[in-house]
Design a protein around this ligand. Structure first.
Ligand SMILES: [Zn+2]
Length: 274
């Protein structure tokens, strides 16, 4: 499932291709993914011009003229491409936005869990109101040890689930949370409210480092995720513990264990992570 680094790479690729382009025609091949696509046909999109593509957590918002933005989330299997109209439509491409340069923006999603919706932009805002509930961005200034300590006060939920709570900090999913707790030497099962200030400093610093590194590597490919130009992310080879339960810890050699936290499998080293 695309996480923040993958979403950021898709954003960068779309930001290179879309701004300045006008939509000349809309085609919808499937009534709905996570939500209906058919409203796009009646939204007067012809002639609208792309202005900028921005990211909040794992969501992208592509602003177009008329104080509107396409809100996108890639679910489990969403892929976007910008390719010439001569490339035949793939089986699971549900939406085409024909552009004025002869290219087509395409949204493919075999499992149809992705989101593609048109939203109004509130005056002066860069993102639709639907994203107001999201917490701080992990790669921006608001994500600090002090902030996490305050938000975690008294919380009994395990710290890994807390770090993955989008209302607290947005866009840290299972892969990067798992890696962050390993790098920080913190047991992901501990209650969030019991994490000490030095531990939060390590967690915040490592989360930023790992996410930044993954953004630069093009994200992690562990399933069918592709970046917008069809290339695969290169961060998977840098994973230390994610997906490695039953193998030796790269630091101490102890066998990596796995527990289920918040419904997600969580690999950790029982010796290195306290
Ligand atoms: Zn270890």
């Amino acid at each position: 499932m695309p996480e923040l680094p993958e979403a950021e790479n898709i954003r960068r690729a779309l930001q290179e291709r879309l701004p300045g382009r006008r939509i000349v025609r809309v085609e919808v091949f499937t009534p709905a993914m996570r939500t209906p696509l058919t409203p796009l046909l009646k939204a007067n999109l012809e002639g609208a011009e792309f202005i900028a593509v921005r990211r909040r957590g794992r969501y992208l918002a592509a602003e177009i003229t008329g104080e509107r933005a396409f809100l996108m989330h890639f679910g489990m299997s969403g892929v976007v491409r910008v390719e010439p109209a001569s490339v035949p439509r793939r089986k699971h491409e549900h939406l085409f936005l024909h552009l004025d340069d002869g290219n087509v923006f395409r949204f493919e999603c075999p499992r149809r869990f992705s989101l593609f919706e048109l939203h109004p932009l509130p005056p002066g805002k860069k993102f639709p109101a639907a994203l107001d509930k999201l917490g701080v961005e992990p790669l921006e200034k608001g994500f600090t040890a002090t902030y996490m300590l305050e938000r975690a006060a008294g919380k009994k939920v395990c710290v890994k689930v807390f770090l993955m709570d989008n209302a607290v900090v947005t866009g840290i999913g299972n892969i990067y949370a798992t890696e962050t707790f390993f790098s920080s030497g913190v047991d992901p099962r501990r209650p969030a409210g019991e994490i000490t200030p030095p531990e939060w400093r390590r967690i915040v610093r490592n989360a930023k480092k790992i996410l930044s590194r993954a953004v630069e590597a093009g994200g992690t490919t562990v399933s069918d995720f592709l970046t917008v130009d069809g290339s695969r992310g290169a961060f998977a080879c840098e994973l230390q513990v994610y997906g490695k339960a039953g193998t030796p810890c790269p630091r101490c050699g102890t066998v990596i264990e796995s527990v289920t936290l918040g419904g997600r499998s969580s690999a950790f080293c029982p010796r290195c992570q306290k």
